[in-house]
Design a protein around this ligand. Sequence first.
Ligand code: GTP
Length: 800
Amino acid sequence: MKFAQLVVGPAGSGKSTYCETIKNHCDAINRSVHVVNLDPAAEEFKYPVSADVRDLITLDDVMQELQLGPNGGLLYCMEYLEDNLEEWLGGELQAYGDDDYLLFDCPGQIELYSHLSVFKTFVDYLKRDGWQICVVYCLDSQFTSEMPKFIAGTLQALSAMVQLELPHVNVLTKADLCKDKQGLEAFRFPDPSEMRHELDKQTGPHFRRLNDAVVQLLDDFAMVTFTPLDINDEESVEELLLQIDMAIQYGEDQEVKTQELGDIGRGLSGAAARGPRHWVRLQRPALQRCWASIPVASMASLREQKEAFVSGHSGTTLEEVTLLATAPVLLLLLWRLARHPAAGSSGLFHTAQPTATGLALEFGVLVWPLVAALMGLVTPAGLMGTAALLALALFATQHSAEWQQRRRSTQRRPLTEALRESLSGYRAALMLVTLIAILGVDFPAFPRRFAKAETFGTGLMDAGVGSFVAASGLAHGLAAAARAAASGTQRRFPWRREGGRAAALLALGLARLAATRAADYQSHASEYGTHWNFFLTLAALRLLSLVLPGALGGSVAVEGAAGAALLAAHQCGLSVWSLIDVVHSDERAGSWLRANKEGLLSLPGYWALQLLGAAAGRLAYSWAVAAARTSAAAGRSRRSSIGSGENCSSFSSSSSSGRLRIHTKAAATPLAPQLRLLWQLGGASLALWAAYWVTAQLQPVSRRACNAAYVLWMLALNVQTVTAFLAADLALPGTAPFILSALNSAMLPVFLAGNLLTGLVNMAVNTLAASDAAARAIVATYTAVLCGGAVAAAQRWPHK
Ligand SMILES: Nc1nc2c(ncn2[C@@H]2O[C@H](COP(=O)(O)OP(=O)(O)OP(=O)(O)O)[C@@H](O)[C@H]2O)c(=O)[nH]1
């Protein structure tokens, strides 16, 4: 195997100095490296040149003979090189064989690496000749003085990476000239959400979406990693060289010299000392393209790689999360349309018991599209567009009269019941998305932007956690209001049941901790903390609910006011006492409290979310009751006014049926109760979005801290999605799919089973090395097993 570095970057960025530094360093450690000059305009070198493109062509000659300027002349030279690659480069490379290591010092015109073909041809030639190549992209560290400048430089580096398709390492050169060394370190792994924040500060509000898109792009390509190079610091040179060597797997199939072994060991321990996240970030250039081929044993453990793989992300846009949250509504409509209302209960899919065909249809229409969207096969917008078109096409082929008939027959169903069913449908769909995501995130096919954001940001999986709490708050509020309405008074708080559930969740949380430790399973410490996990958050929330609503009693006013006050105090702590920095810092050594700061400091926010969710549930219940009452009262008054002749504009007799038709004055017609409820819920979600927008101006969403913007985002998203489920249910009513009913009746067991299966898959498969197709097949099979298991369990133990 032969190895090479292609040293590229803008003019004056320090490419030649870099080559000189690496050459000197390698000479000093007795390692053989040769430098090849590819710049026809170069004048003098501070390193010995082993091969020189100027032997083929020089810029001066071209400018003189063809009367070209420096840029045109250079392009001519490079095209000439491309045409004569075989003769010149082929001849020069004959001198090198196995284990040789070349540095190609390239010209500084960035168009050569972004869209012109010469370097692509050059690289292809080298690859065919058996060279392992790494692109070293040099960027002057002065570019870090301003964020827009830095991003512009990073985008240039990205275009070179996309064009050349090679392992890629970005270097911040001239670090010795940088006074603020600490500041430069921040550019090593800049936090994408902070980049976005900085960009937003320096650009107008109309640039927000562009800024989001640019930062998202950089994050998706993992291009936000830079290694500063201080040519006067041996350690800095050593670390960089080690990183590049790893990217091209230099040293693996050689007899490793003792000194090199020492180099690698020192580099590894230095990187490991900064934590696994740092280690794998260091590996990213290589990992981007060759997860599969990296011999894991020689690097950080697979567990550390997996931990790092789910860390350090910045989330996606609110629109994309909203699309994905709403997708199940459209899929449910599609499923109902696919079963056709006219088929009647004797139809193929209208059975009281699940059949293989019926379940296959449910899986194909409801589950598989979600797997495809979450595993990167289709975009959320593509999924929604396709589902909407199919639904429209199916609806057009069906008689709307049949749907009207069905709507009329279900109109007697109390609105509170419709609301409860919609919430159940939503929670089941949420569970489905959660199940897919908890395994999917371990595979490279899962778009990284859907993973949880490291600090600020809105990832799909961020929405999953908060929605779990918000939706269970809504369900609790709805159920408590229903119980109170049924008994006529505030019912006693179910102490025993809630206490028992808190104990069960606590046991689950501790069991999960013990199991992950025993199996040396990956854990994402910046999610909840070193020992904390989501089960423990849920257990703590159950315990807190013993205080409120338990001891203090619950109502819209009490839970709403307590939730709002708690949220305000929590946000105050995060902003005024800068607790947000404590939550977001990677520093967790010292005490148990510090080790689990995320889980502990986010609790007030989650409690507020639960309380506000419960208040919203109670409010929605009271609106549903009021809407039905108003409608009934209006109906009664209409009947009595018809009797007395008031409000009637005209009477007519239908010629076909002979039935009397009464045309009432428009003012007397009440808004249908269903529409009224939808209107109120829609208004509530709009108000919540507005409140979210205001708080997000103060501090962007942080799931890790469960700050005010996160809580309000979750409330807005959940109320909106439940409203969408209700609207769909009222528009095209029908039974719930077996899969969703089954998931809804066994939330916790299914979630547990999902966690266990995720663990088993991770132990059996190196998820990081799985191809996209294999990942999708695995996740689809796992989801089918969970859904099938839930349906079987629901049949065996029907929900009372
Ligand atoms: N102090 C310091 N100066 C540097 C460093 N790298 C480059 N320079 C200076 O920056 C200038 C340009 O450096 P070069 O190495 O020639 O840059 P280049 O990218 O090869 O330039 P072109 O070949 O013209 O594209 C020279 O004056 C170097 O001395 C560095 O790490 N530290």
